[in-house]
Design a binder for this molecule. Structure first.
Ligand SMILES: *[C@@H]1O[C@H](CO)[C@@H](O)[C@H](O)[C@H]1NC(C)=O
Ligand SMILES: *[C@@H]1O[C@H](CO)[C@@H](O)[C@H](O)[C@H]1NC(C)=O
Length: 255
């Protein structure tokens, strides 16, 4: 296909998405245009349902050229929304109990990245580091190592970084809740200095407006209301970056 044709369909696609049309995003969706998305983190990624609701919101808005990737498909039991079961691509790289500092120290990511080849990574990780009172400096040198590993695997990695959802200080201790705040504050600066044009990092604030009293099961993991909140907060950034990546793929600019 000539570049101008690709570009005009790409621009058509962009305007279609920007008005929020429910029509199919791209009739030429195929394996080559599929964008691979890796949800990455700990139990708040693994055993929760925001991935299901995000998948559904993307499908419902016509973004169907996506493949969630990762080394496992937990939860096997699936997710429901308002009592209806939600079908979604369950593959993910959430590992309950994991710390971002463990992922960095263990060099966990490179084999997962080379197996799954994600274009985009949606990351929520650090709550277990907060529980273990790990210093902000150590946590952010771990994030530095991980983004380096992501970019070594794919120089055009798009990272959706998130501020951590809050944790109930009455159940987990004020010092743990404060650590979450410290990490979230530091995350703003980290994203600003680490994002590049080629490998953008987009920060999604999953903390502001998240009420641990009504949106968690037990002060830490989101319940249905919390999962809906997370999916709705992630959706605009994920959608915009998926469109960007789809355009790059159509124009043959991916790695
Ligand atoms: C890192 O390695 C330790 C020690 O082998 C293990 O207990 C832990 O589960 C690993 N964590 C991750 C996130 O890979
Ligand atoms: C957390 O670590 C800091 C620095 O080592 C220490 O001063 C503080 O007492 C620790 N807090 C808890 C709750 O263990």
């Amino acid at each position: 296909m000539v570049r101008s044709t690709v570009l005009s369909s790409a621009l058509g696609l962009l305007s279609l998405v920007s008005v929020g049309a429910a029509a199919p995003l791209d009739t030429r969706v195929d394996a080559a245009n599929t964008v691979k998305v890796m949800p990455f983190g700990a139990s708040i990624v693994e055993i929760t349902c925001w991935r299901a609701y995000l998948w559904k919101k993307l499908q419902d808005s016509g973004i169907t050229n996506i493949d969630f990737v990762g080394s496992h498909g937990t939860p096997a039991a699936g997710c429901t929304l308002n009592g209806q079961s939600v079908n979604f691509d369950k593959d993910n790289e959430g590992h309950s109990g994991a710390k971002v500092t463990d992922y960095a120290n263990n060099n966990s990511l490179p084999p997962w990245l080379s197996a799954a080849k994600p274009d985009m990574i949606i990351m929520h990780v650090g709550t277990n580091d907060a529980s273990a009172n790990i210093s902000t400096a150590k946590v952010f040198s771990a994030y530095d190592k991980l983004i380096g590993q992501m970019r070594a695997a794919n120089p055009r990695t798009t990272l959706i970084a998130s501020k951590l959802i809050p944790i109930d200080p009455n159940l987990f201790g004020q010092s743990v809740a404060d650590k979450v705040k410290d990490y979230n504050y530091a995350m703003e600066g980290w994203v600003k200095r680490t994002t590049t044009a080629k490998s953008p990092i987009v920060l999604v604030d999953l903390n502001t407006g998240f009420d641990y009293k009504t949106m968690t099961r037990e002060g830490e993991h989101p319940n249905e209301k919390g999962d809906v909140f997370m999916a709705e907060k992630l959706f605009p950034a994920v959608k915009d970056q998926l469109v960007e990546l789809s355009v790059q793929k159509m124009m043959g600019e991916q790695r």
